[in-house]
Design a protein around this ligand. Structure first.
Ligand code: ADP
Ligand code: MG
Length: 237
């Protein structure tokens, strides 16, 4: 997955100011940085929930910046801070409905895939419930199962644990680490510096719409070169 010179503005506010980022296939990049630095906007550009003003997006070496957004979203799954589940449908339906509309599976095939994905995230017994009957951690597992059901090449996580009670965070981070370990390409916005250090192949630090530093976790956390990153780390570590 590659972003080239991505620019995004909202009116006169320039939110992304020329972002280049390459995430090699099968690797995990964590994006860290202060609130408002453009992390969510960057992620949203990758599945084109946000259309950049200029720049290019490549998957597998091929430009997809002008391709059909729905086709792109099959290849790029996204998990949000607030889960974004359909509250009035069952857990099973939350996975079945997109499988039917996006992957065009039959009802039976969709249900089979959905049950398998739910089992994978440890929620086989929750299929008939409404998401609201589940804990935040369980709802986030459903959201992850839903994204995985699309068989994406790339998964985006935008602060997937930020809305969870502290005791539920580790379970979700462990689940994400498991995905990283099995060859998916992950782009993860997170405030969990321990996770970034342990799981990421590369870490990108964003500030004011730019990637200010980018390197291995050791480089970024142990030998930050910019004052801005040093200041950020002193506040969060
Ligand atoms: P982060 O995820 O790092 O906190 P965001 O990408 O959400 O940052 O936001 C970056 C900046 O863009 C912020 O100043 C935010 O207020 C602004 N912004 C984000 N989305 C919109 C939008 N749809 N319209 C106007 N401003 C936006
Ligand atoms: Mg954000």
């Amino acid at each position: 997955m590659e972003l080239r010179d991505i620019h995004v503005s909202f009116g006169t506010l320039e939110v992304l100011r020329g972002v280049d980022l390459k995430v090699p296939s099968g690797s995990t990049t964590c994006v860290i940085g202060p609130s408002g630095s453009g992390k969510s906007t960057l992620l949203r550009c990758v599945n084109r929930l946000q259309e950049p003003g200029s720049g290019d997006l490549l998957l597998d070496g091929e430009s997809v910046i002008r391709s059909d957004p729905d086709a792109l979203r099959r290849r790029v799954g996204m998990v949000f801070q607030h889960f974004n589940l359909f509250g009035h449908r069952s857990v099973l339906d939350n996975i079945v409905l997109p499988l039917r509309s996006v992957r065009k599976l039959s009802k039976e095939d969709a249900a089979e895939v959905a049950r398998a994905r739910l089992a994978e995230v440890g929620l086989a017994d929750k299929a008939p419930y409404r998401p609201t009957a589940l804990s935040g951690g369980q709802q986030q597992r459903v959201a992850i199962a839903r994204a995985l059901a699309m068989e994406p090449e790339v998964m985006l996580f935008d602060e997937a644990t930020s809305a969870l009670d502290p005791e539920l965070v580790k379970g979700i981070l462990d689940l994400m680490a498991g995905l990283a370990g099995r060859g998916l390409t992950l782009l993860v916005v997170t405030h969990e510096m321990g996770f970034a250090r342990r799981v990421a192949d590369e870490v990108a630090f964003m500030d004011s719409g730019r990637i200010v530093e980018h390197g291995t976790p050791e480089r970024v956390f142990d030998a930050p070169s910019s004052p801005r990153l040093r200041q950020f780390l002193s506040q969060v570590l």
